[in-house]
Write a protein that binds this ligand. Structure first.
Ligand SMILES: [Zn+2]
Ligand SMILES: [Zn+2]
Length: 256
């Protein structure tokens, strides 16, 4: 499978990097996009067909789903290439209402998205099979209700990539990442602990510990805010993990 980073800026978009959004592609199958942060749809238009992709959400903080409202507009009203059938959507149980409010006309309105998406909620630990990949959600530790890390396995090759979503340090993320070929791991708290609240995000060093304990192949650090020191965060991860560690960037493609 191929992983394309549409954007991986932490907590908000930055000038050349949209908010969190990752496309998983397999030959001859619909793409699966994981999260749709601010600016993601603009990046998606460059290389993918937004009208033909399944959508899954790690959680529903705005920096992971705000472009879903724009995606609804594209799929419904694009004059030449609207969605011709429903795609699947997986996420927290309240996703339809949450996105329905994002795309609503007023305070009492909830836009019904069932015309263009067939929604089902994640059930922690239960795999969901798509055409090319199977995704298993693992509960993680984060303030947003029903936050998950997503373990993505190629149905043909068996290769695995794991996306941390947003999370504090938790065994759940290590379980989700066990022996993954690639781990997309958030590192929102900078290089090392510095008095940040618990149960919300990871430091670079903690991302390195997760990668080491899970035995992953390549660690890709993501969700680093525009104001953070990305190089110091990378260096901190490398003190804990001997394997390949790289910084995520918009447009990067990984063959997994
Ligand atoms: Zn986030
Ligand atoms: Zn979050």
């Amino acid at each position: 499978m191929k992983l394309t980073i549409l954007g991986c800026s932490g907590s908000l978009g930055s000038p050349c990097n949209p908010g969190s959004s990752y496309v998983v592609s397999t030959e001859g199958n619909p793409d699966v996009v994981m999260d749709l942060g601010p600016g993601a749809l603009a990046a998606m238009q460059e290389r993918f067909n937004p009208s033909e992709a399944h959508v899954v959400f790690s959680h529903l903080h705005a920096d992971h789903c705000s472009d879903a409202a724009s995606l609804l507009v594209w799929r419904r009203y694009h004059p030449h290439a609207p969605a011709r059938s429903r795609n699947r959507m997986l996420g927290p149980s309240y996703t339809p209402e949450h996105l329905g409010r994002l795309g609503s006309d007023g305070p009492d309105d909830i836009n019904d998205i069932s015309d263009t998406f067939e929604f089902a909620p994640w059930v922690s630990g239960e795999p969901v099979a798509f055409e090319g990949v199977t995704i298993t959600p693992f509960p993680v530790v984060h303030p947003a209700a029903e936050s998950h890390a997503l373990r993505v396995q190629d149905n043909t090759t068996g290769r695995v990539l794991t996306y941390s979503g947003d999370t504090g340090f938790t065994q759940g993320l290590i379980d989700a990442s066990t022996n993954a070929d690639l781990l997309l791991c958030e590192a929102a708290w900078g290089p090392y602990p510095d008095g940040q609240p618990e149960g919300m995000h990871l430091t670079g060093a903690e991302a390195g510990v997760v990668a080491r304990e899970a035995g992953v192949g390549t660690l890709v650090l993501v969700h680093i805010q525009p104001w953070s020191d990305a190089e110091a965060t990378l260096a901190a991860a490398k003190t804990e993990f001997d394997g390949e560690v790289v910084l995520g960037r918009a447009g990067a493609v990984f063959e997994v």
